[in-house]
Ligand binder design. Structure first.
Ligand code: AMP
Length: 135
């Protein structure tokens, strides 16, 4: 596991669009604390506050411009690729790569999306169950 730093007090990237009331935008701005594990030019990776697996991280673009993966892929494919690359790097840094891990983009209400700022879940640390079954 890499050295952990917090986002507090650090400024957002120049291309960030900020949405008041968006929790992830506040994490990017440093006004809400998070355990940040990795940054790239336009992305941030931090630990999920309510982990659903032994390792559960989120990778987000610093911009609020895209609500979900489909919007991101159409609007900024290079940023979509950067998000996926960073997820792979985070998984490797967390020691998840050898045994495997899961990447998830929830989209919309039926998928349980609660934050309309695109985010990629990185889950692992144990054998994960099947998913997609209604609760
Ligand atoms: P989703 O349900 O796909 O929209 O995922 C949103 C995720 O954000 C959930 O897994 C939450 O636990 C996580 N989350 C919400 N607030 C915070 C926070 N302040 N810091 C870290 N993760 C958060």
């Amino acid at each position: 596991m890499g050295q952990e730093i917090t986002a507090s007090g650090e400024s957002a990237a120049a291309d960030t669009t900020f949405e008041a009331g968006c929790i992830f935008c506040s994490i990017v701005r440093g006004t809400i604390p998070a355990t940040v594990v990795r940054k790239s030019g336009r992305t941030l990776a931090f630990r999920d506050i309510a982990p659903q697996a032994p390792a559960h991280l989120l990778v987000i673009p610093t911009t609020h411009a895209f609500a979900n993966a489909a919007e991101l892929a159409v609007g900024d494919p290079a940023l979509a690729a950067e998000l996926l690359r960073e997820a792979g790097a985070v998984a490797a840094a967390e020691g998840l790569a050898e045994d495997g891990y899961r990447l998830v983009f929830n989209t919309g209400d039926y998928a349980g999306q609660t934050v309309d700022h695109v985010h990629l879940h990185v889950l692992g640390g144990e054998a994960l169950g099947r998913f997609g079954v209604p609760e």
